[in-house]
Design a protein. Structure first.
Length: 204
């Protein structure tokens, strides 16, 4: 790992801005930034934010959503967690808490503007981004993601102008709550997953 990236990851993991300088109400619990990255990784998974289980374990996608995402990617756990090949950096690095209905809150507003540009400069080898969910898609696709998630995912991979032409593949969140969406959109499995798996296989 490069020394600049090493230092940056240490800074991120020590971040407490959502408690000390929050935009709105401060985070209600102690922050625990969760991410994995290496200067050699070519694939970057950009999710939403850690959930309760990942907040407890410190291991991204350490849940049923991770099982589904690994199946979509067609990679075993040892490859998925090999940070020299696959980086994992959600839009919010910390579990944001839950709303009154028990659903996860959106990623904290402080996180991405503060850390994402610096992190992407250090991840120079990244040439494939998996944009998991609407928060990642809006950040990286801008006006190309203002339609529904379904339309954004169905439009397929596209070059990301702000990431040196790296390829972005929009995906729904692999949460088991989205099983109904997957059933209603069978083209995702037949059309999107073969492309996703091919692009990943080229890079690992």
């Amino acid at each position: 790992m490069s020394q600049p990236l090493d230092r940056l990851l240490a800074e991120i993991r020590a971040c407490r801005v959502c408690r000390t300088q929050p935009r709105g109400a401060p985070l209600a619990h102690d922050p625990r930034p969760v991410l994995r990255a290496s200067a050699t990784a070519r694939i970057l998974i950009v999710g939403q934010a850690p959930g309760t289980k990942v907040h407890a374990s410190g291991k991204p996608f350490d849940d049923r959503s991770g099982d589904r995402l690994r199946a979509w990617m067609n990679v075993p756990a040892d490859v998925f967690y090999d940070e020299t090949r696959i980086a994992i950096a959600p839009m919010g690095f910390c579990f944001p808490g839950q709303d009154a209905k028990g659903g996860d809150l959106p990623p904290r507003k402080e996180c991405a503007p503060l850390w994402r540009p610096r992190l992407m400069r250090e991840l120079a080898a990244i040439d494939l981004l998996l944009l998991v969910g609407t928060y990642a898609q809006r950040w990286y696709l801008g006006d190309d993601a203002v339609t529904s998630l379904t339309e954004t995912v169905r439009a397929g991979p596209r070059p990301l102008r702000d990431v040196g032409g790296a390829l972005g593949i929009p995906l729904p969140h692999p949460s088991w709550r989205n099983t109904g969406w997957l059933t209603a959109n069978p083209w995702f499995e037949s059309e999107v997953l073969p492309i996703l798996r091919s692009k990943i296989a080229e890079r690992i």
